[in-house]
Design a binder for this molecule. Structure first.
Ligand code: AHR
Length: 327
């Protein structure tokens, strides 16, 4: 088969793919040059402002790179992601990238991609599969994010009286996701070495604002003493802050707040003294994903793990020159 006929076959397959992708998933095909490299991308969903920006970054970067993107939104279900990846394999895309909602359960579908000779990039969140089953990982360092959260707390309460116990509530992300596990681990690794800090409550709010609100509202019903909230993302934090205000508490003052993501609303809250520390989780991963995808399709190799740059913003920092976040 000539390169030209292979390309027209791919064109037909992309059209068929849009028809075949399961009805619960919306696949969107961005227009691109005729002979463009084709990437199948499976996104988790749109659970947070961060996630929406992550999707935009992938779509913008694909367009910039002249890569034709078949984008599938899994609506928070791993089974939808697996179906989408199987569709990408059937369409013989050039490269597959996906954000794994949870760490486990990917081996079979990754073996199918390997058998079909299609390189796979794992993005944003990590997986626990055999590393030979995927070409590389591009995303966040969630253990480091958890450690940064703990370091801020240790510093903030360094002047506490001997014998005082700092009581911490933790709102964690999606159960079984690498980012929830990593943030929890990094946090504990650093905080548990120090006496005087106790995580007295830890529940998953699934990275959603509505659940952050519900968790805090329920928690406050018995009026426990909470010195600090460590929240795995800004969406849950914003919901929790609503519940604190309703209960007559001042976020950032009556309860110290450490949050991850750094969306604009969290930065604004930091400026207003309602949040005490914001740890950036960088959603702008699209350009790196496209660069590495091109290298792979050209027969090159991807670095095993690439962690995107991330900053920490603390109360008292001068963040007046920070450009608008865009999410
Ligand atoms: O995987 C990254 C996390 O997922 C972000 O912290 C969160 O906002 C998102 O939904």
């Amino acid at each position: 088969m000539t390169a030209k006929s292979l390309n027209s076959l791919k064109g037909v397959l992309v059209v068929v793919s849009l028809f075949l992708l399961s009805s619960c998933q919306k696949a969107e095909k961005a227009p691109a040059p005729k002979d463009a490299l084709i990437m199948g991308f499976s996104q988790i969903g749109a659970e947070s402002a961060w996630r929406i920006r992550n999707t935009q970054s992938v779509q913008e970067a694909a367009e910039q790179a002249g890569i034709q993107l078949i984008f599938a939104n899994a609506e928070q279900k791993q089974e939808n992601q697996i179906k989408a990846i199987r569709s990408f394999i059937a369409y013989q895309v050039d490269v597959i990238a996906f954000v794994p909602i949870v760490v486990s359960g990917w081996d079979n579908v990754l073996q199918e991609a390997r058998k079909a000779g299609i390189p796979v990039l794992v993005t944003d969140r990590k997986i626990e599969s055999d590393e030979s089953l995927y070409a590389g990982f591009i995303g966040t360092d969630s253990e480091k994010e958890g450690r940064e959260a703990a370091l801020f707390l240790l510093d903030k309460f360094a002047g506490r009286k001997a014998g005082d116990m700092i009581r911490i509530a933790e709102f964690s992300g999606t159960v079984g996701s690498s980012v929830a596990d990593g943030r929890a681990k990094g946090f504990r690794d650093s905080i548990e070495k120090e006496p005087g800090f106790e995580i007295f409550y830890s529940e998953s709010g699934d990275f959603m604002r509505s659940k952050g609100y519900e968790l805090m509202r329920t928690l406050l019903e018995n009026r426990p003493r909470i010195d600090a909230l460590f929240s795995h993302n800004d969406s849950m934090t914003l919901g929790a802050m609503d519940a604190m205000r309703e209960a007559g508490l001042r976020p950032g003052k009556d309860i110290a707040i450490i949050t991850i993501d750094a969306q604009q609303k969290a930065i604004d809250a930091l400026n207003a003294g309602e949040v005490n520390c914001v740890i950036e989780c960088n959603p702008n991963q699209g350009p790196l994903i496209m660069d590495i995808a091109k290298q792979l399709v050209a027969g090159g190799q991807a670095p095993r793990f690439i962690h995107v740059d991330e900053a920490v913003f603390r109360e008292g920092d001068d963040i007046s020159i920070l450009p608008p976040r865009g999410y």
